[in-house]
Design a protein around this ligand. Sequence first.
Ligand code: HEC
Length: 421
Amino acid sequence: MENYLLELGNLLLRWLHVIAAIAWIGESIYFVMLDNSLSPPSIADARRGLHGEMFAVHGGGFYHNQKYLGQPPFPLDDKLHWSFWKSYATWLSGFGLFSLLYLFNASFYLVNSASPWAWAAALSGGQAAVIATAFLLGGWLAYDQLCRRISPDMNRDGPLSLAVALLMALVAYASSQIFQGRAAFLITGAVMATCMSANVLFWIIPGQRRMVRAIRAGEKPNPLDGLRGKQRSVHNTYFTLPVVFLMISNHYAFTYGNRHAWLIMVLFILSGALIRQYFVLRHSGHKRPLLPALGGLLLAGVGLLAAPPPPNIAPTAPQAAAPVATGSLAASTAQKTTDNLHQIHAIIQNRCLSCHSATPSQAGFVAPPAGLKFDDAQEILINAHRIKQAVASKYMPLANLTQMTQEEREILSAWGPAPSH
Ligand code: HEC
């Protein structure tokens, strides 16, 4: 029952998280597009303080948006629409999900017993959970300090972007060394997402509140508040694509299971930011922005870099077959393949079936995890590709609870099953 409740909680939180994120990111992309699509006002309108306007048709009606940087020529009534709950709901549901899945099961999902850093390999689950949480908090504090120190008046935003990119590369590298690959990708994404939400909570919204208060009191708002809100919201725009990539990468073992996982992560982050820039420039009227097209190229490059090595021939393949008659060669190949399959089957029986079975025997499992059960040879063959990837990347067996040996790993990784029919 308890496991069922955890599963149900997981599903509901994930649902909320995805919906809140769509609402938040959708609104944020909309406003960035709006900002970049504003056409200059007429001279008379500019005199009234109008900064720009956009005309749109949508949902069977026509819209006319106008942007004022300071005091608008109309009273700020209480109907002013604010955007913050979508952001907070996304962060809160995301952190809830992260706690449920990773922090509460840290010894399974966070601790990287194969870490090149001995102290990290020896962490307890509790310690790893504390360090993962510290990543989120520390990441935000470091990012915020960079913004405050490098470009406090928003006039050195170029060098600031570079510093922020380096910081995120550092987070990607360190998390990949300390945690399991999958968790490292998620944590790096969560660090960025925390910066995004904290930007809204600590800078964008308070700045806007100060502006509204000043205007209502008949004073001139401090332009730095507006500029700073804009700076942080531009950062959020460039974080968006990388964060969504990092959140979904969990389903793709070829990313986090790669030998150069941290580099793959950094290159994906960079291409996401460049691709976002492409759209930002397009909306600002650039016809053919060249630099951001590099984002697409880079993406293709990462695709190549992350490609798995070509499959090995099964170690039992009869290369050394002495001059034998063709007929008996075929027979012996068939024999060896069957032996190999027996061996594979036996390894999976010993190391995987306690969890991946229609009736798992491992405490805490009520159903085969990820819907994968390897009870019979057919099921193993159908999932051969995923099995090899999960084992080669050391993601499976989970936390190596079933103590798979390196030799068994190599046998499974080198297995070249015939395509199933
Ligand atoms: C202690 C329990 C346990 C053992 C033992 C175990 N697994 Fe898993 N396996 C899991 C869980 C839990 C998941 C789902 C994790 C997730 O949500 O990503 C999973 C997921 C998988 C996936 C899907 C991974 C993905 O990328 O989506 C594969 C493939 C897999 N296991 C293969 C294996 C193989 C092969 C073995 C044996 C060598 C094995 N597992 C042993 C618990 C186990």
